[in-house]
Design a protein around this ligand. Structure first.
Ligand SMILES: [Fe+2]
Length: 337
């Protein structure tokens, strides 16, 4: 590990990373990935994509202006207690509500058109988890099952019956979609197990034993979880077209007074191009492109020239600077605030 590698790693993680050194990454990988690959559990109803994220914050108007004018989401609805913003065919990708502090409080996940929501609810209850069934809870969502993950974030799982059909916005950065939401957690193994066993996520990669990257579709990760001493939001990421779009986005952020706090660079894990900045509500936004895409049946990520493994398969990465940024610049302390 380089001396300038600045992620603050808790003691437990350091012990885990040392374990990788002792028993070998391959051995730890077989422990962690045991039973989690695609061939088992086919009876399970898995969530198919992240649909939206719901945030609370003191100043909803300011954050709403940032999402519409700078990020380039389309405002689709506004009620007395919520603002709905969309990036794609979905009615909302981001929901903003007033609250005493900025945090991500809910995540929406979509199941497939042939999946049965009632059977999914029974599946959740089978894990001893209390669920609620909500009819017409949000615009364009007729039926929803809600329950809490182990850190208290509410899961909103539903079938998408209605598409609202709005176009991409015509001003701002205009991402393709909400890509992933990352959290700090106090018990990464427990929360990772929840997302895999209850919601049907798969483990794409680990950094040591303290940072997991989980997928629910072709994207390398939709949820990532880093162990520290608190449960809170880490960053919310939006997918851009490519490197040129990221360049345009960084210039546009600068013109609007937003400075990057890390990047641009290329992550090792997931291999996405990235640039991070802080939104008006204080929470970190990542803009990314070229995230690894999995071929689920073959068990590896689509080959890319920047890969070091051939093929690139899910694995435990050592706690090494290249796992964070192949281009070399390490995250500043600001990233952990
Ligand atoms: Fe990210």
């Amino acid at each position: 590990m380089g001396a300038n590698f600045k992620f603050r790693i808790p003691d437990a993680a350091q012990r885990g990373a040392a374990m990788v050194d002792v028993i070998g990454a391959g051995a730890l990988q077989s422990l962690i990935f045991n039973g989690k690959q695609a061939t088992t559990e086919d009876h399970m109803i898995r969530v198919k994509k992240i649909a939206h994220a719901v945030y609370e914050m003191p100043d909803v108007d300011k954050q709403s202006e940032y999402y519409t004018e700078v990020i380039g989401l389309a405002p689709t609805d506004k009620s007395k207690d919520a603002v709905y913003l969309a990036s794609t065919i979905d009615h909302h990708s981001v929901v903003l509500r007033k609250g005493s502090q900025a945090k991500c409080v809910r995540l929406g996940f979509q199941i497939g058109p042939d999946d049965d929501l009632g059977a999914f609810e029974k599946q959740i209850q089978g894990h001893g988890i209390k669920t609620q069934r909500r009819k017409d809870p949000e615009p364009t969502i007729a039926d929803m099952v809600t329950f809490e993950d182990p850190k208290g974030t509410v899961m909103e799982v539903f079938k998408r019956d209605a598409f609202s059909g709005q176009r991409f916005a015509t001003k701002g950065i205009v991402p393709h979609k909400l890509g992933h939401v990352a959290f700090f957690v106090t018990d990464v193994k427990r929360v990772t197990k929840f997302y895999c066993d209850v919601l049907g996520f798969r483990e794409s990669d680990w950094m040591g034993d303290f940072f997991s990257f989980l997928r629910c579709g072709p994207d390398h990760h939709t949820i990532n979880l880093m162990q520290i001493d608190a449960n809170r939001h880490f960053h919310t990421a939006f997918e851009l077209r490519d490197w040129a779009h990221l360049q345009t986005a960084c210039d546009f952020l600068s013109l609007n007074g937003y400075k990057l706090i890390w990047g641009p660079g290329r992550h090792g894990i997931g291999h996405n191009l990235f640039a991070y900045h802080r939104a008006p509500n204080g929470l970190i936004t990542e803009l990314f492109a070229e995230l690894d895409q999995v071929n689920e049946e073959l068990g590896y990520f689509e080959p890319r020239p920047w890969h070091r493994d051939h093929p690139q398969k899910p694995k435990v990465w050592p706690k090494d600077p290249s796992a964070a940024n192949l281009w070399g610049i390490m995250p500043p302390d600001e990233m952990m605030k």
